[in-house]
Design a binder for this molecule. Structure first.
Ligand code: AP5
Ligand code: ZN
Length: 215
């Protein structure tokens, strides 16, 4: 199964990805997580990417495409993958198509998680993530059992640097300008599936499954 989860920041891509990868036993390739890992390790890519990420801008296409080409060529992607946060521009989508065609495979579906800007701001302002295992929480919609502590590993829950309201609005603007043209791009290829992502996480998960779930 080769899938893309598309949608604005805060649509719930990371949240839904957790159940989709379990269901299909495929790796979760989140460019945001990969970049944050580079930043944490202080790699050349991480140093270069950090200022773009903190200000809500996209990291340049060349860096992202090289990173994802490397990742998609790894052995575990042979059984499929779930892309989360990639592609995010038309050049990235074209580079992905070219790579997949060189590898002799194709995408099964692109799932668009549909939410309004107001919902996005509410979700991202209250998001907390585990510093150690990356689990995603929300102060009101999905709180941890003990405030500030991850249910899964006991790690500290923190707010992402780019989850400040001014940066969230910037990221939304970037999404509408540079990423939303991908909807028409994948509609033309007849692989786009729209999922209403405004309900609670379980309801969104059911909507996803109804859509074939990406299957
Ligand atoms: P990235 O990490 O990809 O961020 P994003 O796309 O902005 O997406 P988010 O992780 O913010 O949101 P999400 O949709 O995963 O929502 P989540 O499940 O966490 O990218 C970060 C940065 O990296 C970019 O700004 C850019 O600089 C760079 N970058 C990454 N990829 C790039 C690329 N391809 N090209 C160039 N640059 C790139 O949910 C959000 C919150 O809502 C959580 O608190 C959650 O608990 C809650 N929630 C989720 N679902 C629901 C629900 N149904 N009801 C109520 N609450 C919910
Ligand atoms: Zn944790």
């Amino acid at each position: 199964m080769r899938l893309i989860l598309l949608g604005p920041p805060g649509a719930g891509k990371g949240t839904q990805a957790a159940s989709v990868i379990e269901r299909f036993t495929i790796p979760h390739l989140s460019t945001g997580d990969m970049l944050r890992d580079h930043v944490k390790r202080g790699t050349v890519l991480g140093v270069e990417a950090k200022s773009f990420m903190d200000s809500g801008k996209l990291v340049p296409d060349g860096l992202i495409i090289a990173m994802m080409e490397d990742r998609l060529r790894q052995e575990d992607c042979g059984r499929g993958f779930l892309l989360d946060g990639f592609p995010r521009t038309l050049p990235q989508a074209e580079a992905l198509d070219a790579l997949l065609s060189r590898l002799g495979v194709s995408l099964d579906a692109v799932v668009l998680l549909d939410v309004t800007d107001g919902v996005v701001v509410e979700r991202l302002c209250g998001r907390r993530v585990c510093k150690d295992c990356g689990a995603i929480y929300h102060v009101s919609f999905h709180p941890s059992r003990v405030s500030g502590i991850c249910d899964l590993c006991g790690g500290e829950l923190v707010q992402r640097d780019d989850d400040r309201e001014d940066v969230i609005r910037k990221r939304l603007g970037v999404y509408h300008e540079q990423t939303s043209p991908l909807v028409a791009y994948y509609e033309k290829q007849d692989i786009l599936r729209r999922v209403n992502a405004e309900g609670a996480p379980d309801a969104v998960c059911r909507n996803l499954e109804k859509q074939g779930g990406a299957a």
